[in-house]
Design a protein around this ligand. Structure first.
Ligand SMILES: Cc1cc2nc3c(=O)[nH]c(=O)nc-3n(C[C@H](O)[C@H](O)[C@H](O)COP(=O)(O)OP(=O)(O)OC[C@H]3O[C@@H](n4cnc5c(N)ncnc54)[C@H](O)[C@@H]3O)c2cc1C
Length: 459
């Protein structure tokens, strides 16, 4: 039987970081991944979705904003979807090649493009070969989840994987779920001319947010053509003229929706298909994710896990950070604990949404006394001259120590602007320290300065 020091299962972001970290520490690593190589972010996630959104956002801006800027154009703007998909596929192929190059041929790492199944707590089958491992890292990611709604047929349903490949678009789509994937891909379809209705079971889009941020953000999406129905309880599907009809209710009010396709964006489930973790004594959590402790150890002390398969917040920055920690711990005698770092997150809609650290609601739930500041983009010079005034920023700080605790915002550039607060959190900065920093005028970044200024003057 072939023997390896460290077996890393899954060549996505978490797996590649784990493999590189373990190899850096001098271990011989076998990285095995089901083809095609690249992982979710590159092949079916962050990158292809943003590539398509760029075309949709530019198209929408050309159709709606040029006139605002006094630019005349003759005729209408149209698009060539097969060309857009081809461009996206070329970019993705290059990114996947570069990801392969970051591990294949790297000293200490052997890459095998095949699936892994555990046979015992210390052995696994990779393709037709049986391998004995000293330590292993599971980083097999996640797959789309189809909700269990009576009458929902596979013939109408599409997932994020499908949307990214469509070369002809349906005339109308119901999106199930108003999370980042539902909103981004829903807006992509909507801006490309599809009639999109998003339904969300929660009655608040996000109860941790300031209601002004939540309502302002959803109103901005609606203004750009995408309606989100909150508190919608899906009851059943039936069929009318070969099209799906969704029956549900909001509170007591029945609501019936009809469309050509149903985009299921109700989350993803850990990808354990064919892995057989139980054969390796690796236990699952009640969400059927790989259960890990703060050192990313599974119930089998030889095996660690990282990324979406652990049920962690499904974002790339956590997958790579956890991958690095899991790789380190698999390779070293003294493991390190996952630090509680602030995780900035964003939704790449137009306008964007972003947050980091604690919101006021979360701080109060933790009994932390707070001071806050809030400013709409309509009061920011650069947003006014750019005609991009849909947006607002709220910052939360500790009332006594004046340390910045977090921020929530929506508006143009929110996914970049949030890093100003992320850096402040990283250095445990107070509002008084931040206030001393000069900002270029006129910029969107000044909004942070103005909110902090308001806070230091008021409190
Ligand atoms: C549409 C969409 C858009 C997204 N956009 C963003 C974004 O903008 N920003 C962001 O931060 N996050 C985004 N995400 C989430 C992000 O892509 C994931 O959180 C991240 O890529 C997870 O990385 P991972 O390494 O855990 O899993 P993956 O990248 O899924 O890697 C798992 C790998 O394991 C392999 N594998 C599975 N089973 C086996 C097996 N038995 N044997 C061997 N190999 C196996 C798979 O083939 C795959 O290569 C998005 C997700 C989606 C769906």
């Amino acid at each position: 039987m072939k023997k390896v020091q460290i077996l890393v299962i899954g060549g996505g972001s978490a797996g590649r970081y784990a493999a590189r970290e373990a190899a850096r520490l001098g271990r011989e690593v076998l990285l095995a991944s089901t083809p095609p190589f690249g992982g979710l972010c590159i092949l079916k996630g962050c990158m292809p979705s943003k590539a398509l959104l760029r075309s949709a956002h530019e198209l929408h801006a050309a159709r709606t904003e040029l006139a605002l800027l006094g630019i005349d154009h003759a005729g209408t703007f149209s698009y060539d979807l097969p060309a857009i998909i081809q461009m996206k596929n070329r970019m993705i192929a290059e990114m996947a090649d570069s990801a392969r190059g970051s591990v294949d041929g790297v000293r200490g790492i052997t890459l095998v493009e095949d699936s892994v199944t555990f046979l015992s707590p210390e052995s696994a089958r990779i393709g037709h070969e049986t391998v004995h491992f000293e330590r292993a890292v599971i980083a097999t990611g996640s797959v789309p989840k189809i909700p269990d709604i009576p009458g929902l047929s596979r013939k109408w349903t599409i997932t994020s994987d499908d949307v990214l490949e469509l070369e002809t678009l349906p005339e109308s789509v119901i999106v199930l779920g108003a999370g980042p994937v539902g909103l981004e891909l829903g807006q992509y379809l909507s801006m490309m001319g599809v009639k999109v209705t998003v339904v969300e079971i929660a009655s608040r889009w996000n109860p941790e947010l300031d209601i002004r941020i939540e309502e302002g953000y959803l109103a901005s999406l609606a203004k750009r053509g995408m309606v989100v129905h909150l508190g919608f309880r899906s009851e059943r599907f039936d069929e009318s003229g070969n099209r799906p009809v969704l029956h549900g209710r909001i509170g007591d009010k029945p609501l019936t929706l009809e469309a050509e396709s149903i985009l299921c964006a109700t989350g993803r489930r850990p990808d354990l298909d064919g892995l057989d973790p139980l054969a390796a004594d690796v236990h699952l959590s009640h969400h059927r994710a790989i259960h890990v402790d703060p050192w990313l150890r599974t119930s089998n002390p030889r095996i660690f896990a990282a990324g979406d398969v652990t049920g962690a917040l499904p974002v790339l920055n956590l997958a790579t950070y956890h991958g690095e920690v899991a790789g380190f711990n698999a390779a070293s005698a003294v493991p390190k604990k996952v630090e509680d770092r602030p995780v900035p997150t964003a939704i790449f809609s137009d306008p964007e949404f972003a947050r980091v650290g604690l919101t006021e609601v979360q701080a109060h739930a933790l009994h932390i006394p707070t001071i806050t500041g809030y400013l709409p983009f309509s009061e920011l010079g650069k947003a006014i001259v750019n005609r991009q005034t849909d947006g607002a920023l709220k910052i939360v700080a500790h009332e006594k120590t004046r340390e910045i605790l977090g921020a929530e915002m929506y508006g143009t550039g929110a996914s970049d602007l949030i890093h100003l607060i992320t850096v402040a959190l990283g250095f445990s900065a107070t509002i008084d320290q931040y206030q001393r920093i000069l900002h270029i005028h006129p910029t969107m970044a000044e909004i942070v300065k103005y909110v902090v200024e308001e806070m230091t003057e008021s409190f």
